[in-house]
Design a protein around this ligand. Structure first.
Ligand code: GUN
Length: 282
């Protein structure tokens, strides 16, 4: 039997309607929410992500400022821009697209963003708040995954969630959110021995490695929820995830497609976080 598809584009439309309504309310009170997006360098993938983020702001009544810098921008100049945006009352959220060029210390840059404007939820104080169960901002991709589970009314409490990938952006915060929701959590990484041994235990399988086909149908427990965070290109140049979707969908109970799954949800949750940041300033 074929899995049910969790459609991130459709779910995003619903959630973005709420974002637009809240943005309009804030604007009517003289406080239009504002997001600043900074891109350093010209990675084609980052340019697409950033363009989609800025467009989503425009479409939903959020003011956006897009600053694009040459890859040679100095760390000091970037920190200077962040200081100015921290002090700008029209800006409620600041996002610096990662990765940054190697001469810039990404940790230093993230820590320079005011915690109350860190809509990515990457600042150490926000990571700490998340870990202690009082998040100010939930990182956008893992937050979007939780919304997808909520949309299918999945009983997370007591379920075994296996996460493949242990990044600060997805894997680690995802583990915290699932743990808080009552799941038993296993985090695998690129060095995990016999990955399938772990993934076959998963009621919820979240895959975020950036490696195409790292999860194949034989690695999935029948009926599991499979969430594919990957964004890769296949041999024909078409977008694909980390999961062998065509075969996995015959084993899974629910599965997210790429494109049209987690990707739009990440952007939607960025909008939600920006609205919340603006609402907190009222
Ligand atoms: N690079 C890949 N994903 C993300 C994200 O969610 N936020 C930022 N700032 N950079 C990213």
């Amino acid at each position: 039997m074929s899995a049910q598809i969790i459609n991130g584009t459709q779910l995003s439309q619903k959630l973005r309607a709420d974002v637009a309504a809240r943005a309009a309310q804030l604007t009517a009170r003289g406080k239009q929410p504002g997001l600043a997006v900074i891109l350093v360098g010209d990675s084609p993938a980052s340019q697409v992500y950033v363009r989609n983020k800025v467009k989503a702001c425009e479409d939903n009544g959020i003011h956006s400022v897009f600053e694009k810098y040459d890859a040679a921008l100095t760390e000091a100049d970037l920190l200077g821009r962040i200081a100015a945006l921290n002090a700008d009352p029209a800006i409620h959220g600041i996002l610096v697209q990662l990765p940054l060029p190697p001469h810039i210390d990404a940790h230093k840059v993230i820590e320079a963003i005011a915690a109350e404007k860190d809509v990515d939820g990457f600042h150490i104080s926000n990571a700490g708040l998340l870990m202690t169960g009082q998040p100010l901002f939930r990182p956008c991709t893992p937050y979007g995954v939780m919304k997808m589970l909520e949309s299918i009314a999945y009983p997370v409490r007591g379920a075994h969630a296996v996460i493949v990938g242990a990044s600060n952006i997805v894997g680690k915060p995802q583990s915290m959110l699932l743990l808080q929701a009552g799941a038993t959590v296993t985090i695998c990484n690129s060095k995990t021995r016999d990955l399938g041994l772990h993934t076959r235990q998963a009621d919820i399988l979240v895959v975020a490695t950036g490696k195409r086909n790292i999860v194949t149908a034989d690695m999935i427990k029948p009926g599991a929820v499979v969430i594919d965070v990957g964004m890769n290109r296949d041999d024909e140049g078409k977008l694909c995830g980390d999961v062998d979707f065509a075969n996995a969908k015959e084993v899974a109970g629910y599965i997210t497609p790429v494109p049209g799954g987690v990707g739009p949800m990440t952007i939607t949750m960025l909008l939600v976080n920006t609205i919340e940041a603006a609402e907190r300033t009222l």
